[in-house]
Design a protein around this ligand. Structure first.
Ligand SMILES: Cc1cc2nc3c(=O)[nH]c(=O)nc-3n(C[C@H](O)[C@H](O)[C@H](O)COP(=O)(O)O)c2cc1C
Length: 198
């Protein structure tokens, strides 16, 4: 099992925080099903925000920012499964996660028509994604747009959103560690994703 089947991407700037810990549980669950995984903590990759130059339309990849995305593009292509998670920051994803999602733009294939239809280089390949979020407040409404902000762009890129996972009521760094139930649920969700990718 050499090929990475599931790439886990954590968008919290806080290392070893709740997003990080939950991501570990998803990936452990996936590995228990015999799938190779890799974890990415976005804060450790220098990723510039998209400058909207549209050069990727003709170049096929980002030819303007030579940064951490150059390492991540091939890994995203290789992994048929993607786990993307962000804590809620003001009803939305973190800046790190938004920047990462915007930089997925080179995976689109646009036409010259404006506004025009678009295709994705990642579509029709059986790609599946699990999206998750963690937040302080308990009511689901308090998560705002976070899950949609992750799942809608992934759907546009051709991923089936296999699971949407919400962890509400966790504020302090590592708070999820005290809740074996949520960690077990994350483990099982990761395992289920892996079994469905096989
Ligand atoms: C800048 C900032 C904005 C936040 N906004 C929200 C929010 O809108 N709703 C909420 O429930 N929690 C909010 N939180 C709390 C975090 O979502 C919560 O602490 C989460 O567990 C952090 O995850 P992490 O440990 O992976 O970084 C915010 C935290 C920060 C630092």
């Amino acid at each position: 099992m050499n090929e990475v089947k599931i790439l886990g991407v954590g968008g919290s700037p806080r290392k070893n925080g709740n997003t990080d810990i939950l991501l570990d549980s998803f990936l452990k669950g996936a590995e228990s099903a015999g799938v190779k995984t890799k974890k990415v903590h976005l804060k450790e990759y220098s990723i510039e925000s998209c400058i909207g130059c549209e050069a990727c339309r003709k170049d096929g990849t980002c030819t303007r920012s030579h940064d951490g995305m150059e390492l991540l593009y091939p890994q995203i292509e290789e992994a048929k499964g993607l786990i993307l998670g962000s804590p809620v920051y003001n009803y939305n994803v973190t800046a790190e996660m938004k920047t990462f999602i915007d930089r997925l733009y080179p995976f689109y294939e646009f036409t010259e028509q404006r506004p025009g239809p678009y295709l994705s280089k990642l579509e029709d390949q059986g790609r599946k994604a699990l999206v998750f979020t963690v937040c302080e407040q308990v009511l689901a409404d308090e998560m705002g747009f976070t899950l949609e902000a992750i799942s809608m762009p992934l759907e546009a890129l051709g991923y089936e959103i296999f699971d949407r996972f919400e962890a509400t009521g966790y504020f302090s760094k590592g708070a999820v560690l005290k809740d074996g139930d949520i960690l077990e649920k994350a483990f099982e969700a990761g395992k289920k994703l892996a079994l469905n990718l096989k």
